[in-house]
Design a protein around this ligand. Structure first.
Ligand code: SF4
Ligand code: SF4
Ligand code: FES
Length: 463
């Protein structure tokens, strides 16, 4: 393999790799704004300029491919002086906004200003100012903070193939706008806020909700469809505040769709049934766990039963439910998305990530040999569900185990509250057959219990 030298370190590299990426493999960070590994290289911000032996001028590391024997200096006086100058230039119009900016704490502009910038500013002119504007239902724009890196323009044009954002005017008047000021229509709008290196594009749903340094991140997986995009769940004190993409080059690369990103709101929804409830005199009433399990057993006593397992549950839960069904001598089948019964129905919705199965573990259900629900009825139906699976029409008595909401309760005699994807660990299988792990980000909501504990209570009450 060819080798180059960066800051005195000899580094092997794959031919065709740019200097930012080569340096990164050796733990050397070259600061950059406009570069993004998934998008075309435009070399606009000039922040990444480095000194290369034999070249009279500084070269942008994002647009320079490493060559064998190349000697690069990223911390020479000339490189440092450029970084300081670029920072001063980018900040001439930037407000002193960090204290009220959602990006604060994870902002490249803030971090690089501290590491590479200067504590002095020579600019004495009036700063340009804009009012905050909506860019559709997901994104709010603050143009005062924009550094014109054009990542947003390229994301629309190159990644989602919907060129909805453009730059208008020139120089100091340059402004990032949607075409004809129309709302963004992409299903992937949240990514605009992720890729913006400043707080210019913020997610309306998260705006001013929480300072990011209070949030604890848990590496988990989206449950929004069978793609299984990797995500970080950010929570504080038992409440989820946001989900962000976690890089996985084999599945979601750097992205999430909006449906998956904002799906988490049901977890802390006040309409969620987070205590056991049982029907009494036609009304659902809150009861103790012991009373709920007893009621469920009396509802099921001596009746022909069937068991439905939501394809939003994990492999471990599904296996336990199959064993439960066997003990009851009841058939077990899976349900999840209207019109998607088997993996053959689970095709792609677009060319980026989204798929038809609106549950994460349809492929895992087939792997376990569980048949799809064909619409049969029984005297009593046990419905196990994680929160995403769409409930089928139920006839006769019904016992719900898992995540249900106030509007679901009319179909049930008893509900034993279980855990959502954010409250448990477990394995799910995506459409490529990849097994991935869900990780608990928050403790159980209300007095919900893990499925294993609910089944133990059931067994104990029968003994
Ligand atoms: S809005 Fe953000 S991503 Fe778009 S050009 Fe400005 S700084 Fe870059
Ligand atoms: S594509 Fe599917 S798995 Fe990925 S973020 Fe969207 S809903 Fe979640
Ligand atoms: S990252 Fe190289 S010029 Fe912007």
């Amino acid at each position: 393999m060819p080798k180059c030298t960066i800051d005195g370190k000899s580094i092997e590299f794959q031919p065709g790799t740019n200097l930012i990426e080569v340096a990164r493999t050796a733990g050397i960070d070259i600061p950059f704004y406009c570069y993004h590994p998934a998008m075309s290289v435009v070399a606009q911000c000039r922040m990444c300029a480095v000194e290369i032996e034999g070249m009279p001028k500084l070269q942008t590391a994002c647009s320079t491919v490493a060559t064998d024997g190349m000697v690069v200096k990223t911390t020479s006086d000339r490189a440092k002086s450029n970084q300081k100058s670029v920072m001063e230039f980018l900040l001439i119009n930037h407000p002193l906004d960090c204290s009220i900016c959602d990006k604060s704490g994870e902002c490249d502009l803030q971090d690089f200003s501290y590491t590479y910038g200067s504590d002095k500013m020579r600019y004495e002119e009036q700063r340009r100012t804009f009012v905050d504007e909506d860019m559709g239902p997901m994104i709010k724009k603050n143009m005062n903070r924009c550094i014109h890196c054009t990542r947003c323009i390229r994301f629309g044009a190159e990644i989602v193939k919907k060129p909805e954002i453009v730059a208008v005017q020139r120089g100091n008047h340059t402004e990032i706008v949607t075409v004809d000021n129309k709302p963004l229509t992409t299903e992937y709008a949240g990514n605009y806020a992720d890729i913006c290196p400043t707080g210019s594009l913020t997610i309306k749903d998260f705006r001013f909700k929480k300072r990011v340094w209070f949030l604890k991140k848990t590496a988990s997986v989206c449950e929004g469809c069978s793609t299984g995009c990797n995500m970080d769940l950010s929570a504080e004190k038992g409440t989820l505040y946001r989900c962000n993409p976690r890089e996985n080059m084999e599945i979601n690369k750097y992205w999430l769709c909006d449906e998956g990103r904002f799906n988490f709101h049901y977890v802390n929804d006040p309409k969620r049934t987070a205590v056991p409830v049982a029907r009494s005199a036609g009304q659902m009433q809150e009861v103790t766990w012991a009373a709920a399990v007893q009621k469920a057993q009396s509802v099921a006593q001596g009746k022909k039963a069937q068991v439905l397992v939501g394809s939003d549950l994990t492999q471990e839960e599904a296996q336990a439910i199959v064993a439960f069904g066997k003990a009851l001598n009841a058939p077990v089948s899976h349900f999840g998305t209207a019109g998607v019964k088997t993996t053959a129905d689970d095709t792609a919705i677009d060319s980026l990530l989204r798929r038809k199965s609106k549950t994460s573990n349809l492929h895992g259900m087939e792997k376990l040999g569980i048949a799809p629900f064909a619409g049969g009825s029984a005297d009593v139906t046990f419905v196990f569900r994680g929160g995403r699976a769409q409930l089928p029409e139920l006839k006769g008595s019904a016992i719900g185990v898992g995540v249900f909401f106030a509007d679901d309760l009319k179909a049930f005699d008893v509900v034993l509250p279980g855990l959502s994807f954010a409250e448990k660990d477990g394995t799910i299988v995506n459409f490529q057959g990849k097994e991935q792990r869900l990780k608990a980000a928050i403790p159980p909501v209300g007095i919900s219990k893990p499925l294993k504990e609910i089944l133990t209570l059931w067994e104990g009450a029968r003994a």
